[in-house]
Design a protein around this ligand. Structure first.
Ligand SMILES: Nc1ncnc2c1ncn2[C@@H]1O[C@H](COP(=O)(O)OP(=O)(O)OP(=O)(O)O)[C@@H](O)[C@H]1O
Ligand SMILES: [Mg+2]
Length: 393
């Protein structure tokens, strides 16, 4: 939590902030109605922890590189020789979350078992309310789980919450940026909270990488939505975490900046950072992620490599344009489930390649006495898979 930020600490779901409070060196309390902008001198400084408290917060060095490749200067130092790296960046077993409130109970996660391999670019997909943010917020220590175990970079979130938190950087779904800080100040403050020594901070580098160098000294409230989103990515990276989690990071980011953001995230991934992202843009997940999990109603309905997931959907579309005008679909083609598009003068087939070789369809078109002028096929994509897997679940 940043100085000057107003936060509601509610129920058991904001535990992350309490830890940060304990480790703040000072808490600045402002008289009601005053904002830091108006008169900072009215603030009272209350020591909250001994001066060396930031040292206690200093994350243990975390090694997350297993390849000598170095593609970005922002990348963390290489793993010391012989350092053992976890096979799974994240490991969740039997993860359950039940939110309890005035309106009753909501079972947001219903026994999730999920391992996210180290070094992967992992996509977490699911419809609204599926439980994606709940899962991510548990990893980040922002939401308390109800049952199950979670290890982040081999650190159990119950036994070593601080170690687990140091290993992860989270870009939340909400744009929760303190409007009274400049990007430079915000990153410096955040680095301080994580105990990153001044000489090891990379504030300018990170701001440049996310395209905010020219806004380094502008108040965050003057940034556009897309810029704020990129600032959150920068904030998540200040302590060099080996695991970066992005909860719908491109919502509200324009196409060009989205590409820029992904280029940065890809570079981080190439340098060894495990990246987990949730997105509603399925084509984005398909393009970026090497593995994908699909969550629906708090349950894992699929988890596989991206090509395997797509190959599980045994469906293809075939469009054949013919030179003859047709009134109806010839019987021989109707038997294959063909439909006729009079505008494009094309026959449309939806078929299972494993059961119906394309040659059989083409032979049927020929047998119907039609001359093919053009044809195209379309593979099933993640959108199809997603709809199929979440339908009726
Ligand atoms: N603090 C909370 N208290 C009560 N219920 C909650 C709370 N946070 C989330 N939920 C409920 O838990 C379920 C999962 O929510 P979650 O935010 O994890 O979904 P999501 O997959 O991230 O959805 P979206 O794609 O819309 O962001 C939803 O039914 C939601 O209403
Ligand atoms: Mg969400």
């Amino acid at each position: 939590m940043a100085e000057g930020q107003i936060a509601a600490v509610a129920g058991d779901d904001m535990v992350g902030h309490l830890d940060l409070f304990q480790n703040l060196r000072h808490l600045r309390i402002l008289p009601r109605g005053r904002t830091p902008q108006i008169d900072l001198s009215l603030a009272r400084m209350i020591p909250m922890a001994p001066p060396d408290a930031t040292q206690a917060l200093k994350p243990r060095p975390i090694s997350h590189r297993n390849a000598p490749e170095k593609t970005v200067s922002q990348s963390p130092p290489p793993a010391p020789p012989g350092a053992s790296l976890p096979a799974a960046a994240i490991s969740a077993q039997g993860l359950v979350k039940v939110y309890r409130g005035r309106l009753g109970e909501k079972r947001a996660l219903n026994g999730i078992d999920l391992d996210i391999p180290r070094g992967s670019m992992f996509g977490l997909l699911g419809p609204n309310g599926a439980g994606k943010s709940t899962f991510i917020n548990i990893l980040a220590g922002l939401v308390n789980k109800t049952a199950g175990t979670v290890r982040v970079w081999d650190r159990d979130i119950d036994r070593d919450p601080r170690g687990a938190r140091a290993a992860i950087g989270v870009v939340p779904q909400e744009l929760n940026i303190d409007p009274f800080f400049t990007p430079h100040e915000l990153l410096e403050l955040h680095a301080g909270l994580y105990g990153v020594p001044k000489r090891e901070r990379r504030t300018a580098e990170i701001l440049t990488a996310v395209g905010l160098a020219d806004k380094a000294n502008a108040y965050a409230r003057t940034l556009s939505g897309g810029m704020r989103r990129r600032l959150l990515v920068a904030k998540a990276m200040v302590h060099n975490p080996p695991v970066l989690v992005l909860d719908e990071p491109t919502a509200g980011v324009d196409v060009e900046l989205r590409q820029q953001l992904w280029a940065y995230v890809r570079e981080l991934n190439r340098s060894g950072v495990t990246v987990i992202l949730t997105t509603h843009y399925l084509e984005e997940a398909e393009e970026l992620c090497d593995r994908i999990a699909i969550i629906n109603k708090g349950q894992l309905v699929a988890c596989d490599t991206t090509p395997n997931l797509i190959s599980r959907l045994d469906r293809k579309d075939l469009r054949i344009t013919v030179s003859e005008p047709l009134e109806t679909v010839p019987e021989i083609l109707a038997a294959f489930g063909a439909s006729w598009d009079p505008v494009e003068k094309a026959l449309h087939f939806s078929y299972r390649p494993s059961e119906q070789p394309i040659q059989r369809l083409l032979a049927a078109v020929q047998a119907a006495g039609l001359s093919v002028t053009d044809l195209s096929t379309r593979e099933a994509d993640l959108e199809d898979l997603f709809l199929e897997m979440t339908r009726g679940n």
